[in-house]
Design a protein around this ligand. Sequence first.
Ligand code: TSJ
Length: 661
Amino acid sequence: MASNEYNAGNIQVLEGLEAVRMRPGMYIGTTSSRGLHHLLWEIVDNAIDEASNGFASEVAVTLHRDGSASVYDNGRGMPVDQHPTLGIPGVEVIFTVLHAGGKFNNENYSYSGGLHGVGASVVNALSKWLTVDIFRNWSHYRMEFTSQFNPKEGKVEAGKPSGPLQVLGNTRKKGTLVRFLPDEEIFEDIRFNGDQVSRRLQELAYLNKGIRISFTDERVADPANRTREFCFDGGITDYVQFLNAGKTALHSDVIYMEGRRDSVICQAAIQYTDGFSESLFSYVNNINTPEGGSHETGFKAAFTKCLNDYARKIGLLKDRDANLAGEDFREGLTCVLTTMVKNPQFEGQTKGRLGNSEVRPVVEAIITQQMTDWLDNLKNQETATAIVSKAVRAAQAREAARKARDNARKTNALEAAPLVGKLASCTGRKWEDNELFIVEGDSAGGSAKQGRDRRFQAILPLRGKPLNVEKKHLDQVLANEEFRSLITALGTSIGESFSLDSLKYGKVIILSDADQDGAHIRAILLTFFFRYMKDLINTGHVYIGMPPLYKVQKGSKVIYAYDDRELAKATKAIGKGYVLQRYKGLGEMNPEQLWETTMDPSQRKLMRVSIEDAALVDRLTTILMGDKVEPRRDYISEHADFNRPDDFELPEGQQPSREGA
Ligand code: TSJ
């Protein structure tokens, strides 16, 4: 074949959906589990759009036993009439022409095309098969698409119609049902994560008030547990109450603000708690923006200005006083901020920040006006005064913390002093390769010090339970010796002055016993990292070490098991006549065993801690670490394995299996 012919053929191929299969990463970012779920969110977004535009009241998502997923909305049904220039039904255009979805959407829908807005055709291209049922004009239409190898052409065809649009009969039903099976030739693993899907649907239900979103996971064994329904008439007001479940609110009514200017719609819901951390969760077009952006900047500017003006008006700030800082007004604040933006530009490393500069003044104006109205209202004076008083106390605590830090710096307290005799440092010079083990208890600490590879492994033993930081101000945390040692060992400082640049370890590994106490210590440490060193977690430096629970031994043959499933496997593999030891704590292992099972990079198991959904982690942190007992008991009885992060790092050289770790 001449090379120019080959090129011409190539161009043709690349014009179709085949281009998507050639470079799936360009369209959905990754072919990992994350990319797989992207497909589902693309379809769900379309159904939610139909509902939030007022044409549907219900969205139903189902995960089927054959691995496919389906999404239904009871809206108008996708267009079936002939496209004016292409001469094929509208629905066929949407599923077979790249980017057509986007164009269709932008004219008809107001606010699609966010991070997921790749179009339904991309989902079709990456599916083994996809069917769409449309209930419209009292007729039931169906169209089917498949991706398969065509031997005549010698290539895989992507998302080709299996036939024309069918009319199956009459119906009283309304809406659109799309069902698709992700192609296992594209994705590393085609199993949807039911918990992840459920969490996101619940979030969408909060963000889109009044839409009834149901979720059915047909793969769940117990039929009684297959279906959940989410519907919140209070929208983000309900969301804030949900997030504050474990906290003590300062006022019972959630403050709600909304407004619209040009094409930007903005909503905020606010409730103060007696805690000290700031929990601000912002969204653009239903997509979380953990890195903030112009909408958050506008919100914060307006919020701070209104409250400072009010503080002067009621005399809590005098003429000679400086303004309070924005962060002082956000201590103990739980806030959900949503904006709908026409052409959102997501920026930053993880595309988690809104870039559109025109959004800032709009949000600022809406919040200023709504907040001023709220502060002027006589019935809100008590709450408003409590908010300002809390901010004054926050400013005082911040000043105290600054002094404590300055003092510590002067006396070198955050450098070498308190570490003598505690930290066993390592000799390696490359910080990325070095590991810091935070070990529960002096005896386990001793074993770890003897068993480690001192070239790259440092040990910091912890005595007793660390301080629970959830209810503490920064100055109290800095006064705690255990945390001072930890901060010093890490080299990063803390809070506002935290910096990754001076981090001394590539991996920070929490090593605690596999019992209740160990879980509590782990939770306290994670809370500390979450509240004061969030970026340490976000950049993937925090790990949980997994000591084995059992040792199965027969003669010289030893197998360690990390959970009950592995134990069953081990006893089967080793045969009759073995000796079983159950480890109750790290302290029971001698240095060699601790090295072999828990510290040796070629054999150990680590879990990397990640914050998949900051709002839920925040809520859980206060439920588990706060001082309300009721919600904590409820949560623990509902979710037995509460703080097990789901991202494993397997021993070096081992690939993750399809079964997962
Ligand atoms: F992703 C998708 F395209 F496959 C998809 C779209 C999936 C699902 C589950 C639902 C939908 C969808 C699309 N639901 N509802 C609609 N609506 C329209 O496409 C539609 C209907 C009527 C009119 C009209 O002007 O009459 C316009 C549009 C865009």
